[in-house]
Design a protein around this ligand. Sequence first.
Ligand SMILES: Cc1cc2nc3c(=O)[nH]c(=O)nc-3n(C[C@H](O)[C@H](O)[C@H](O)COP(=O)(O)OP(=O)(O)OC[C@H]3O[C@@H](n4cnc5c(N)ncnc54)[C@H](O)[C@@H]3O)c2cc1C
Length: 476
Amino acid sequence: MAKIVIVGAGFAGHTAALYLGDALGKDHDITVVNRQEYFAYIPSWVWVGIGHMKPEKTIFPLEPVYSKFNINFIHGKVTEIHADDQFVMAEEDGTNNEKKLEYDYLVIATGPKLNFDGTKGLGPKGHTYSICTLDHAVASRDKYLETVAKMKKGEKQKIVIGTGHPGATCQGAALEYITNIHKDLIKQGVRDKAEMIYFSNERALGDFGVRGIHVKHKNEIVTSEEFIGAVFKENNFDVQVQRGAKEVNEKQIHWEDFDGNYGETDYDFAMLVPQFLGQPFKYVGKNGEDITSKIANPAGFILVDGIYGLPWDTLADNPDAWPAVYQNRNYKNIFAGGIAFAPPGPISKPHTTPNGTAITAAPPRTGMVSGIIGRIIAKNIIDLVKRGQMTHHERMSDMAAACIASMGDSLWDGSAATIMMYPVVPDSRKFPNDYGRDMFVTHMEMGLAGAWMKRMIHTTFMHKLRARVGWKVIPE
Ligand SMILES: Cc1cc2nc3c(=O)[nH]c(=O)nc-3n(C[C@H](O)[C@H](O)[C@H](O)COP(=O)(O)OP(=O)(O)OC[C@H]3O[C@@H](n4cnc5c(N)ncnc54)[C@H](O)[C@@H]3O)c2cc1C
């Protein structure tokens, strides 16, 4: 009987758990450990953050889902990974109980550690807001509604939405939040009272850390910078890109830009996404020694089967440098998916300012990408348990991704930018054009249909991830 431990039940870990439970749950021992007792559908927190969706609509308890598949669930957190002796130590939530969980296969899918400390004054302990956890999204909502109340009394307010660190990722969430705020302010009749600023470390608006998106429209190339730029212009957003937030105080974001200039952006309400790091674990060898460097990079992300350390130009020309099976090379029974795995480097060209500050949008591992990787890992573990050999692989340079950025949640007058790209990491060998992407599949569109699609995706994903009838036919 194989013992499988999955740490983290987000898009990557929970998807892996469903496939593993479905194939092996009856005859093998599967355990999931997750910090929360619920699964969180994070994309809908942009709506929670403006008070348009109740927080409880974005979560469901994990235990009833896992009991369908004979999966053990521990609400708690893993603190130590003993890779040579094949066990992890987990602390059960609300108790002092430490559990030793032995494994034959370990899946690390712990998402990001939100590094608010990387920028002085950032985040819940500082002065800005975040929508990266459910509690943060609720706090952001309350502050936003307070800001709206001030505007209703006639006060002008500066709203800054974007990234709070020179190396941040997840610009899509910030973009979606600012457009939803805009739409809500119009509905509340106070849009004219708000100055709205999109603040980001991206090389260009619409870069998203994936080198931007280019589509063919009536034989012309349209860039995501032009596409998003047109929307932002229409919405009257001030765009401040190529800026890395260095410090935040009660009223200002202090930044450095690509040219090495320093400056400040004033705000009344700011939601800034922090830098993402890997979750910290104690990695312990057979003699109690520290074996961190065999498993994780200095940022805490798990090293897998990518080619690491390549200069960016070489990496940009080598789509095969991206991992295919998400397996650690030193410990072949450790896999990592979603935000937890270490990408071989940035997708967008990195930039260092004349003062030596690296301002680079880190590569996103979105929900869809994380779900796909979770499935690949699960299928390979099933292969290993049943046949001793892995047969599944999918690099981010082979993977398509769709991103639907809603601009208002109404199904009558809402809208959304629907962006489809293939592949996520450009591959100029397969697609020898200037962009390394399939120009037939890669697509950007704006309209009401996207708003319907976004709402539909929320409903179908909550259905799939609860493992309800037909869950397997709904793609990640
Ligand atoms: C506001 C917002 C909107 C977004 N919108 C979209 C979107 O529209 N489309 C899209 O594709 N992506 C979107 N994303 C990105 C998407 O949410 C992430 O890419 C995705 O959640 C990553 O999945 P994951 O499994 O790697 O991590 P997560 O979903 O973060 O899950 C990790 C899990 O591991 C748990 N964990 C952490 N440490 C431990 C530990 N030590 N022990 C046990 N458990 C642990 C965490 O509590 C968590 O439950 C959005 C993100 C944000 C913040």
